[in-house]
Write a protein that binds this ligand. Sequence first.
Ligand SMILES: [Zn+2]
Ligand SMILES: [Zn+2]
Length: 208
Amino acid sequence: MLLPQLDSLDGIEAQVAIIQMTAGDWRPVVADGPGSMLCSVMRVAILDLRRGLETFSAEAEPAELGLPGDWFPHRVALAATAAAVPGGWCLDLEIRTVARRACDRCLAELEPAVLEQERCWILEQGQAAGQREEDRLLEVAPDQEWAELDQIVRDALCLAQPEYFLCASDCRGLCPGCGQNLNERDCGCRPPAPASPLQALAGLRRPD
Ligand SMILES: [Zn+2]
Ligand SMILES: [Zn+2]
C-alpha cells in the first residue's frame, strides 16, 4: 500500500484567504495559516489612550473572535477601563457572554452566564522587558495605531471553561440501563452485572 508522503506537503504556503462578513460589507482577510489571527474586532486606539481615554467598550460575534461556536453561541461584550502606568497603560477588562454547555454526565444543556475579569498591559516598545506575564502584555511600536485585544478576550473565555462540565457537582447522570435522567427520577433498574470478557464467545460456533 502506498501512503502519501508527508514531506511532499512541505513548501506549500499555507496562505488561506478568508472572506469574512461584517456589518453589511464583505471583507477579504488573508490569514497566515490555520489558527492565525483573522482581523481584530476588539481593539483600542493608542491615540485615544494617549489622550487620556478612561473607559471603552466593544461587542463581537463569537466567530469574529475565533471562539468555538458550540461553546460560545452568543455575542461577547467587553467593557474596559484604562489607567496610565509608567511606559504605557494598565487595562482592566470585563468580558461577558453566555456560554452553552452540555453536562458530561446527564447531557442536559445549560447556558451559563460568563463574566471574566482580566488585567492586561499595553506598553510602549522597550518598556516591557522582564515585566509581568507575557501573555497579557501588548507591546506597541511607536507608529502603531491600535492595540488588539482579541486574543486576550478569547483566551480569557476559553481557559475559564472547564473541559469536563457538570450541570451540578452532585449530578447523578443517566441510567446505563434505560437512559433515564436520574436527576429527574429513579428508574428502578438494577445496576448491570459486570460484563465477562468471555461473553462475546458464547454466540460463536465453528462453521461445520
Ligand atoms: Zn448533569
Ligand atoms: Zn434505568
